[in-house]
Design a protein around this ligand. Structure first.
Ligand SMILES: Cc1ncc(COP(=O)(O)O)c(C=O)c1O
Length: 394
């Protein structure tokens, strides 16, 4: 048997990718299965963005770029952060590192700032990759239970109870995958004040920020005044906001000093994010009104799907508890009414798949075995069909 390095001794493949591959396989075999596992918008990339990528290829933008990205894109991203930051602060393009998705940006950050002996607080439920990525840096993920009375969000009291001398960071995700819960500005402020007091980093994954149902954009870490964000790191990207998951463009925003290290790491691993994709991302961040309109159309569609399904749950699946998401495109659903005695989320999701043809992601992938995650990045017909099937399963 192959002896693998201790670097990856505990590594697990992405649980969400694994389950969605299995569902896709069943569909390919001709089974009548609804795939509600997806972690991506079902819309195509807006054409003005896609065309910019194609044009870049045609014009020969097909060579290496500087490791942290083409300067015009870094500048456009800095301006975009500035555009939405309620603090009115300025953002330095040298703080932007463009990566192959937020996933790589987060890996760069964790691997560069933390290591053995360090721990990172992760509120639960959490995006499935967080603990794995912290462990790849050989740091320790410390899971903090979110407050069930407040959409499973955390507050300074919960963070303080979980923190210790090795705590170096808190990894926040708002709007949250899998719950859709979104921190208010006041909640963010309280956490930022706690982090400053403790001198720990706040890593804020805001990839779903533009898919928000209480306004055009969810509160973000850089809405806070500069004195609270000295150790804040923003992660965001094009995948969800602009329906660009396959283009693989995300970024981190930190101080230029940290950005330089992240860029050095990236220069030794992947060199740079795909060049044509960077030009497409440039159009996403620069094209103005037309892109804003496309983003708003997708946001509004997610909102009406959310409302439809919440309605259907209330009328057709009474007693099934589901969180009302304020952002992103997932329902976090209690499996209590679906599970047989002793069954964990993997087993009851397997049954929902095999017996009722509903593919959802077991909650254990996000740290809670009592739940499942159901994406609503699907047509209204598919969502109605899904609720019908869940009703049969009850
Ligand atoms: C919370 C969260 N962060 C990051 C990512 C990764 O996104 P990207 O496509 O930019 O790597 C995802 C994707 O599902 C996500 O849900």
């Amino acid at each position: 048997m192959t002896q693998f390095s201790s670097n990856i001794a505990a590594l697990q493949p992405s649980a969400t990718i694994a389950v969605s591959s299995r569902v896709k396989q069943l569909i390919a075999e001709g089974r009548d299965v609804l795939n509600l596992c997806a972690g991506e918008p079902d819309f195509n990339t807006p054409s003005i963005i896609a065309e910019a990528g194609v044009k870049a290829i045609r014009e020969g933008q097909t060579r290496y770029t500087p490791a942290p990205g083409i300067p015009v894109l870094r500048a456009a991203i800095a301006r975009d952060i500035e555009r939405f930051a309620a603090s009115g602060a300025r953002f330095d393009p040298r703080g932007v590192v463009v990566s192959a998705g937020v996933k790589q940006a987060l890996f760069n950050v964790l691997f560069s700032l933390f290591g053995p002996g360090d721990s990172v607080l992760i509120p639960k439920p959490y995006w499935t990759s967080y603990p794995e990525l912290v462990q790849l840096a050989r740091a320790e993920p410390v899971i903090v239970d979110g407050d069930p009375e407040n959409d499973y969000k955390v507050d300074p009291a919960r963070l303080e109870a979980a923190a210790g001398p090795s705590t170096r960071a808190i990894l926040l995700n708002s709007p949250c995958n899998p719950t859709g819960a979104t921190y208010t500005l006041e909640e963010l402020r309280a956490i930022a004040e706690w982090a400053r007091e403790r001198d720990v980093w706040i890593i804020s994954d805001e990839i779903y920020r533009r898919i928000y149902f209480k306004g055009a954009i969810a509160p973000g870490i850089f809405d806070l005044p500069a004195e609270l964000t000295e150790k804040a790191i923003l992660l965001d990207g094009t995948s969800k906001a602009f329906a660009m998951t396959g283009w693989r463009i995300g970024f981190s925003y930190t101080s230029p000093e940290v950005a330089e290290k992240l860029s050095a790491l990236q220069s030794q691993t992947t060199s740079n994010a795909s060049t044509p994709a960077q030009y497409a991302a440039l159009a996403a961040y620069e094209a103005g009104a037309e892109v804003d309109q496309a983003v708003e159309q997708m946001r509004a569609a997610f909102q009406s799907r959310r409302d439809l399904v919440l309605d259907l749950f209330a009328t057709r699946l009474p007693g099934v508890s589901v969180l009302e998401p304020d952002g992103a495109f997932y329902f976090w659903v209690s499996g209590e009414r679906f599970a047989r005695p002793g069954e964990g989320s993997v087993q009851f999701c397997e049954r929902l798949l095999n017996e009722y043809g509903v593919g959802v992601v077991p909650g254990i992938a996000f740290g809670d075995d009592r739940y499942f995650r159901m994406s609503f990045a699907y047509s209204e017909d598919t969502l109605r069909d899904a609720v019908n099937r869940l009703e049969k399963a009850l």
